[in-house]
Write a new protein. Structure first.
Length: 178
């Protein structure tokens, strides 16, 4: 049970530390799918035929917000879930794919400079709303991505404290913190 090892987090970074990089990558892919599939399904359903297209767009936004929130606060795990990064990546890839280059570059830059997944994740979360605006998505889409970013930043508050204290582990370290 990955919740009893390392940071106790169910996300890809802790899985990689606890069970190996292969299972960490699998966790990343499955968590991304957890974000993308609901958005794609709701988008394909055409819930409001003949109505204002914004209704369907808002339904896909609700699916994205629900998928990430459900991952971060799962009822079945006592509301202690992952940090939402991979699930948000999948949700945003399905909702607003053209917004992804900026946060992906930010992730690579932050991670590359520090070898800390948390730094890359924080950088990506901060860049994501700007990527959406720059790509020309409607305000409700960019606002939803900003909400997801705030949720991710909130979930990384312990990481930020460890970064300030100089105790945040680098990727590849087997450590007690994620």
């Amino acid at each position: 049970d990955v919740r009893t090892t390392g940071s106790g987090n169910i996300g890809a970074t802790n899985v990689a530390r606890a069970a190996g990089k292969g299972l960490g990558l699998l966790t990343l892919l499955l968590d991304a799918a957890k974000g993308a599939v609901p958005v794609l399904v709701v988008d394909a359903l055409d819930l409001f035929p003949g109505a204002n297209p914004a209704f369907d767009r808002n339904a896909t936004i609700a699916a994205a917000l629900g998928a990430v929130t459900g991952h971060v606060f799962p009822v079945t795990l006592g509301f202690r879930g992952g940090k939402g990064v991979a699930t948000a990546l999948g949700a945003i890839a399905a909702l607003a794919p053209l917004s992804l280059p900026l946060p992906l570059v930010a992730f690579v830059a932050g991670f590359g400079a520090t070898r800390r997944v948390s730094v890359g994740s924080i950088c990506a979360a901060m860049a994501a709303p700007f990527g959406s605006v720059a790509a020309g998505y409607p305000p409700q889409t960019s606002s939803a991505i900003a909400v997801l970013s705030c949720l991710i930043l909130f979930r990384h508050r312990d990481n930020m404290a460890r970064l300030r204290a100089g105790t945040e582990p680098r990727f590849g370290d087997r450590a007690d913190a994620d």
